[in-house]
Write a protein that binds this ligand. Structure first.
Ligand code: FE
Length: 172
């Protein structure tokens, strides 16, 4: 009986240890995700060299450019918006709309894998942060008050993107 109890306690302690390790591993995975899983990775020193100071502030420090100051909020040309950090395609001009906010706004990403979304509690109202899925750069936020057909408003920072104009006659 004593042995059974000992074994029982042993199994219990083993389960606690395994579950604890599992919880720890899961918990530890979250904060490191931003640095660890992206295909395009650079050290902080490298990003500072690659990016302009303004782009660094937004892409790597989750800053926000002032409204109506960026180069794309009023851009009506047809083409593709790419990540200024890694060059990944993010948005097509075909889904850009005038949000009246002073930031380039889109109702849809160019494909479902282009961005990652995560909760941002840095302000009183919780927002959804949008990151480039290839380099983890902060692009802006997405809000549920956009136009049809998605009802979404991807509110982006111009400085986090590079616009590539479509060859004349080709629609994007
Ligand atoms: Fe990127």
């Amino acid at each position: 009986m004593v042995n059974v109890m000992k074994n029982g306690i042993g199994v219990f302690l083993l389960l606690v240890a395994v579950c604890g390790a599992g919880v720890y591993a899961f918990g530890a995975h979250q904060p490191s995700e931003k640095q660890a899983v992206f295909a395009c990775k650079h050290t902080d020193a490298e990003w500072r060299k690659i990016l302009s100071p303004d782009a660094y502030k937004v892409l790597r420090q989750a800053g926000t450019e002032r409204a109506y100051t960026g180069k794309y909020w009023d851009n009506h040309e047809q083409g593709i918006y790419k990540c200024a950090g890694c060059g990944q395609q993010l948005f097509s001009s075909a889904t850009k709309f005038n949000s009246g906010t002073g930031w380039p706004s889109f109702y849809q990403t160019i494909n479902k894998k282009a961005v990652l979304e995560q909760s941002d509690r840095s302000l009183e109202d919780e927002r959804t942060e949008v990151l480039c899925s290839k380099c983890g750069g902060h692009l802006g936020h997405v809000f549920p008050d956009g136009p049809r057909p998605t009802g979404l408003r991807y509110c982006m920072n111009s400085v986090a993107m590079t616009f590539v104009k479509a060859p004349s006659g080709k629609k994007h």
